[in-house]
Design a protein around this ligand. Structure first.
Ligand code: ARG
Ligand code: ZN
Length: 422
């Protein structure tokens, strides 16, 4: 009798443990390819009604049949979401079983000293450390690097750009690179740091960067959206927008890459402050986009090349994204992007898609690239760096160097072409 009792106790214990195992304790990334319109509806519903973060596409409206959806599912909604999918026979694949571990990995060893060893540029850095790095870099390179305050954020953080200038030639042209317009795309600020470091280290060593810096000044804005970036470190790793507060709802943030004056808030953006693609109250309503726009307006006679760095999906995009029409110099832009993509393939065996934004991904009005293009900066690109979804926004630090080196080769290829053409 006693043994029988014990047996039942064990049986129950085992059951208890097993159901315990099902309750997910880790954040996960799911990949789901909807097969029917019903699946599409369910996914739209899941991504809006449950505590999840849609990684791809950027907004539920773009979910469509036979196209991969990447969904970040926090541990506490994992069970509900998976049950719901299962109930409707929507199959999923786990892209990343333990996102927490990756997030932890990305915030580890964030050392402050830029000289604390060669791995500084192969790690992600907090906003405070990036500010420190900006000052330190200017201080250590007084003849070539200057800090420019281009404005301040909604929460009144400074927007610092670095100006790299290796000589005082008259009529010198310039290029602009901004990073971190979207908070969660951490490899983007990492690229801006990488680029500055490379320029300072390889001027007069690497022929291409020397030629570029001899002919162009370079403005680098490492974190266009400091409030969002900070928030992605402290509160929500999946945050995209800035942190501005709206009078009408409790939803926070404007998508800064929908806030520029280029077919503002037409199809591909939203007036709803609760969406990830909220365009704001009016064009340049946000201090961050306004600061960049003001700076470029006052430097449009020198700036010939505009670059905006994002992640992820490995693409080299150019205008237009706000309309399906072709840019006037479409052939030039296409040729440049193609050559850059070929170089990446040749040297790094990695594939980048390229083309006009609207036709390559989706209509997305109000972007900085289209706005800069219409301002008269005829060479304007948006880069989407690594990867294509394996880690998505959570690209491990060990991939930073690969991602940055291949993007660097694309920047060099395009900048050399611009110098050649103008
Ligand atoms: N993934 C980027 C975004 O949604 C693409 C930007 C392309 N350019 C643009 N103007 N939409 O913002
Ligand atoms: Zn982005």
């Amino acid at each position: 009798m006693a043994t029988l009792l014990l047996f039942f106790v064990f049986l129950n214990l085992d059951l208890l443990l097993r159901t315990g195992h099902c309750r997910e304790t880790r954040d996960q990334i799911l990949s789901i390819t909807p097969k029917t319109q019903e699946h599409v509806d369910i996914l739209r519903n899941v991504s809006t009604q449950y505590e999840t973060a849609l990684w791809q596409p950027v907004s539920p409206q773009y979910i469509k049949e036979e196209t991969q959806v990447h969904l970040f599912v926090p541990a506490n909604s994992s069970e509900t979401v998976k049950n719901l999918l299962q109930r409707h026979a929507v199959t999923h694949e786990v892209l990343l079983a333990n996102a927490n571990e990756l997030i932890e990995m990305q915030t580890r060893n964030d050392s402050t000293d830029p000289r604390s060893g060669s791995t500084f540029y192969e790690r992600y850095h907090s906003l405070e450390d990036i500010y420190y790095w900006i000052n330190r870099t200017a201080h250590d390179n007084p003849n070539t690097v200057k800090v420019i305050l281009v404005g301040s954020s909604y929460e009144k953080r400074p927007l610092y750009a670095l100006k790299l200038s290796f000589n005082n030639r008259t009529n010198k042209k310039a290029m602009w690179i901004d990073c971190g317009i979207h908070a969660r795309e951490w490899v983007s600020p990492a690229f801006c740091l990488w680029f500055v470091h490379y320029s300072l280290s390889f001027y007069n060593i690497n022929q291409d960067i020397t030629h570029i810096l001899d002919n162009m000044d370079v403005y680098v804005l490492p974190v266009l959206n400091p409030d969002g970036y900070k928030y992605s470190w402290t509160s929500n790793r999946m945050w995209r927008k800035n942190r501005s507060i709206s009078k009408t709802t409790s939803c926070i943030g404007v998508d800064l890459n929908r806030n520029f004056d280029a077919n503002w808030c037409t199809e591909g953006a939203s007036h709803n402050p609760c969406t990830e693609i909220y365009c704001g109250m009016f064009p340049e309503s946000e201090p961050e986009s306004q600061a960049v726009a003001n700076f470029l307006r006052s430097h449009k006679d020198t700036v010939q090349l505009y670059l905006s760095i994002h992640s992820y999906s490995q693409m080299l995009l150019f205008p237009y994204s706000c309309t399906l029409e072709e840019a006037e110099n479409h052939r030039d832009l296409l040729e440049m992007a193609q050559e850059a993509a070929q170089k990446i393939r040749r040297y790094y065996r990695n594939t980048y898609r390229y083309g006009a934004g609207a036709k390559t991904i989706y209509l997305a009005p109000g972007g900085s690239d289209d706005w800069a293009y219409n301002l008269g900066i005829k060479y304007s690109f948006t880069f989407e760096l690594q990867d294509r979804g394996r880690y998505g926004f959570l690209l491990p630090p060990s991939h930073i160097s690969g991602a940055c080196n291949e993007a660097l080769i694309a920047v060099k290829t395009i900048a050399l072409k611009v110098i050649e053409k103008t």
